[in-house]
Structures are given as C-alpha cells and as structure tokens.
Design a protein around this ligand. Sequence first.
Ligand code: THU
Length: 135
Amino acid sequence: MIEDKLLKAAMEVIKFSYSPYSKFRVGAAVESGSERIYTGTNIENTSYGLTICAERVAIFNALSNGEKRILRILVYSDSLKNPKQFIYPCGACLQVIAEFNEEMEILLANGNGSIRKFSLIELLPNNFQINKGKR
Ligand code: THU
C-alpha cells in the first residue's frame, strides 16, 4: 500500500532532521505523478525564521528532480509526547501544496502509525491565487 511506503520513507528520513533549536523532528514523504517517492525533513537555522518544514523540503525535492505533479504527501513526527496526537501541516506548507495540486491528498501519521486522510480543501478551504478566476 502506498500509505505504508510513504510512512516508512517519512520514518526513515526523520533521522536527518536538523532541529537543534526546537528538538522537534518531522519527516515528510510525497508520491509524485510518476509514482516515485521523495522525502524531506525539517531544517532549522540559528536565524529561526529561516527554518523550513519537512513538507516543503519533500515537495521541493520532488520538483527539483523533474516531477511536475504531486499526488499525496504524508507527514510524521516522532517528537510528540502523546503518540496518539497528529501533526497537521502549517499554513505556509498548505499554500505551497495548493501551488502544485489543489487536489492533493494529505496523510497524517501519528506515533502509533495510525493514518488520517484529508484533502487540501479540508485543511485550507481557500488559498491565495492571482488571475485564476476561480473564486
Ligand atoms: N515543522 C515541520 O517540519 N512541519 C510542520 O508542519 C510544522 C513544523 C517543523 C519546523 C520546526 O523545525 C519544528 O517543526 C518545530 O516547529
């Protein structure tokens, strides 16, 4: 199952998380239109605002490898005290997701390995667009 593959990939990439300031590790994995998996983890900076989330790193990783479309993204953290809790992508990452696929499936995995599925529209009912004439 694609969900299991994405979860495994997100769990693996988390070991590369560069998060000395928050000590909060996040792993993300995306499935591209060509059915490949690309991963990303959060990368922090001493100038805190320059930190980039795992979701955006995973998406940009896919795009910089020539992918044009992203079908789904899975987000996972091993740093929550309560393994039942899920983390949701931040607003900035949701806007980036909207840029590349407004129908992207967003999968959240908690510390127990349970998965919840959302559509982008559920998490971000409207996003910023110029001249698309949609809304
Ligand atoms: N972070 C992510 O990687 N993804 C999210 O959806 C929210 C937060 C990271 C940023 C920072 O390195 C750490 O989690 C704590 O905020």
